[in-house]
Design a protein around this ligand. Sequence first.
Ligand code: FCB
Length: 469
Amino acid sequence: MSTMQATLPDDFFFGAALSGPQTEGAWQSGGKLENLWDRWSNLDLSAFHNRVGSYAGNDMTRKAAEDFETFASLGFSSARTSIQWSRLMDANGKVNPEGAAYYHRLFAAAREAGVEPFVNLYHFDLPAYLFDRGGWESREVVEAYAAYATAAFTEFGSEIEHWFTFNEPIVEPEMRYEHGAWYPFLTDFARARTVQYGISLAHALAVNSFRDLQARGVVRPDAQIGLINCFTPPYTKENPSPADLEAVRMTDGLCNRWWLDLVTKGTLPQDVIDTLAERGVELPTRPGDAEILAQGKVDWLGFNYYHPARVQAPEHGTDEHGNPVFAREYVWPDAVMNESRGWEIYPKGIYDFAKTMQRDYPDLEWFVSENGIGIEEDRAERDDAGRIMDASYRVPFVRDHLRWIAQAIEEGAKCRGYHYWGAIDCWSWNNAYKNRYGFVEVDLAHDYRRLPKQSSDWIRQVAKTHIVD
Ligand code: FCB
């Protein structure tokens, strides 16, 4: 790729990515129920950086109008956030009128500022009472999600054009059920796959309901539905062994092809299911499931990209919990790291994903639905106006990714836009406010006051001109 100036197409869009649980705050008002992040915060605040639990958000509940104005001033034409299931629905599965009113106001504030709201239905935030009924392992919860999605499409169907069923559906199976990292801290590979399967059914049921409501005129005719995932491209070492390539196949199979096949073909990848079965992991299938999954085809995709996966053959086929192991990390000696987050920075990964899409799923449109760099406390100097001088690290990160996107589009990739994650600083799960992503600072010491950083001038210029310099 040349490092020369690149130009993005005129109809390429820029925007912000956010989520309900990471921005709203107001966790106990408006009839909101406890979600799993609130539950974990209530159980053990010390699990969160500086003891800042899920309650914080970034105060967007009060500052939405200001935030959408800010996005518009940056040249962003859209912003994705999520509805919190625990705010929209009550514990009897009925719409909570205060929750519905909150989201109507939120979407209206976006429109008022000239920003198109993209709406996602789920961002790792299961209502706690549904976890107590079995979470994603339970068909009752899968059905409850379908009912929630139907209620959301009915409530907002005439307003919203861009819908998504899930953000990063691979993350909860891994973090909550397999790696023991997030509440409820399980290390059970087979249960993680049951959760993954339950989420897949839930996705397909929601798409089915969307199509039905659209046919009946409840959802607007121009509305589209998609899925967002971190389709992290897996790489391995140079001169890999067959066992290394197997590690790539299964990593790619579980994290990427699983979802890509679901949303383009309405099936799950048979080679992955066969390998799981050979290792004693059976999915809890029921008659009729194939027909449900067949409904899962979407109109377009969101690709969240922060870092590549590098894998190699595992040392042992089984871990200390008796789980099958298909891969282990490969540390690439040339890796450039974002030390704050421990994530490798590899902008070309975005281009490699684009190539995979062109080769394997050529008809599907997509956009980069998250990308960004979180730096611990953004510890840079401030200029005379008090703005954080972050341009030296935030600008090259975004610029390099945008250049690879421009290159891919020139070669025919169907990438339609770019959303920057946490364009205004927000709360990040366990890390809370440790790593800052924003072009705009949130000052926790002064009532969540917003203050643009130096990088905001650069992104504004790019978003308005489409020239990546
Ligand atoms: C992604 C999540 C998002 C945010 C970024 C930094 O994996 O989708 O909520 O926390 O990481």
